[in-house]
Design a binder for this molecule. Structure first.
Ligand code: SF4
Length: 414
């Protein structure tokens, strides 16, 4: 390891960080321009995209400080018993890389995580040291997202929040039983305890800044977490229930879902196949329903099938509407915002435009068609001045009529 170049380390530690889903580019298909064919690559080392608190999409250098780890989480390629190539950056090396990428305009910030080397406290100290050097010695104004270690001293985790824009702690698995079985060194109570402490630090810092203009910032972009999907028997109903409890208890900005992907030399307790990527996509859609469309977790769970999982062939909003057809059709010219948000195919922006337009004129089907990608999906669920679905809403084969064609689904196949 002593002879590894920075590029070799970057190759290993950026690749090892790709399993973290907390960025928008995770899960994209592999493309590159080797052989002089085309231009560009999705396989570049360590750059990912995330959304800043103001909604801008920003590029981040996404790496691990090290992929050495003293823990042995079964689902993790970096676990102690794994046979992967290892590397380790010093805090100074991460600082130098971040600054040189930043000065070249390749990135607008840093996403830094780490395996546990020596001890949780030692690792957390090193993560904090990177952020401290960037902020205090180099006056770095870019975005910093630090993964924090729940087993570390709370004071060290607190220091992370003083330097970082966002902090996160992975809950890893949707159920405590799954965590005990697949991550024997981790403890669900400790993880949630650390998340609770972060939440109160964030709330306290916000209050202080309202009263004292110069009070220190603490993780102004809040905290997030990640759950692995498909490594244990947890159903989508379990996952939605857990996510909703985490949002309520810890005021999380985001729960990220990461479809479990089989790793080399996998432990026998893991499934052999990864779940279809579309399962992860359906969970993100259900997350949006709860965060932006006013659905209660219990309502999202109503959209699941008999096995507790969301259907893969249709989105959860459509699945819910098909189960509760007595709530439809809704009159686009009279329905409340809440009712309109339940219409499959109408997004938050389309509903906003309908509410604004109908103040001045009566909406016709063609007016709604201009606001949606697929009017065919919307028609069974709405009434307009010139349209009423009559028997369409109750047709037994409505699901088959509205389900996307097979080729579209295959885009998300594993
Ligand atoms: S603590 Fe577990 S999940 Fe994190 S790097 Fe180590 S083995 Fe992987």
């Amino acid at each position: 390891m002593g002879t590894q170049t920075t590029i070799e380390k970057l190759e290993i530690l950026a690749d090892a960080a790709k399993y973290d889903a907390s960025c928008a580019s995770s899960g994209t298909s592999k493309r590159n321009s080797t052989g002089g064919k085309g231009i560009g690559s999705t396989e570049g080392m360590g750059i990912c995209h995330a959304y800043a608190p103001d909604g801008r999409c920003i590029s981040l250098l996404k790496i691990l400080l090290t992929n050495h780890c003293v823990f042995d989480c079964h689902y993790c390629v970096n676990r102690k018993s794994s046979n992967v190539r290892r590397a380790r950056f010093t805090p100074q090396e991460v600082v130098d890389l971040t600054l040189s990428f930043y000065r070249r305009n390749y990135i607008e910030g840093l996403f830094l995580s780490s395996g546990i080397v020596k001890s949780s406290n030692h690792t957390m100290e090193q993560l904090v040291e990177v952020a401290r050097m960037l902020r205090e010695e180099h006056d770095f104004r870019g975005y910093i997202h630090l993964k924090t270690i729940p087993e570390a001293d709370p004071e060290l985790v607190h220091q992370a929040g003083l330097y970082a824009d966002r902090v996160s702690i992975n809950v890893e698995l949707p159920t405590d039983a799954g965590l005990t079985r697949l991550a024997p060194d981790k403890n669900a109570r400790q993880i949630e305890g650390a998340m609770g402490k972060l939440k109160s630090d964030i709330v306290e810092a916000k209050d202080n800044r309202k009263r004292f203009r110069h009070a220190p910032r603490f993780a102004p972009a809040g905290q997030s977490t990640q759950m692995i999907v498909g490594a244990d028997a947890a159903t989508d109903a379990d996952i939605v229930g857990k996510a909703s409890r985490l949002y309520d208890s810890f005021r999380l900005r985001r729960v990220y879902y990461s479809a479990f992907s089989p790793i080399p030399d996998a432990s026998a307790v893991l499934p052999l196949k990864r779940p279809p990527l579309i399962r992860e996509h359906r969970l993100y859609q259900s997350d949006w329903l709860m965060r932006f469309y006013g659905y209660q977790p219990s309502e999202v769970m109503q959209a699941t099938e008999a096995d507790g999982n969301l259907p893969l062939d249709i989105d959860p909003k459509l699945a819910w509407a098909l189960k509760f057809r007595e709530r439809f059709p809704v009159d686009v010219n009279r329905a409340s915002k809440e009712q309109l948000l339940r219409v499959p195919g109408l997004g938050v922006r389309a509903v906003g435009r309908i509410l604004a337009s109908r103040r001045h004129r009566t909406m016709r089907l063609e007016d709604v068609a201009k606001l949606t990608v697929s009017i065919a999906k919307v028609r069974p669920f709405i009434v307009t001045a010139d349209w009423r679905p009559v028997l369409l809403t109750d047709r037994a084969d409505l699901r088959a009529l509205l389900a996307p064609k097979q080729e579209q689904l295959e885009l998300f196949a594993a």
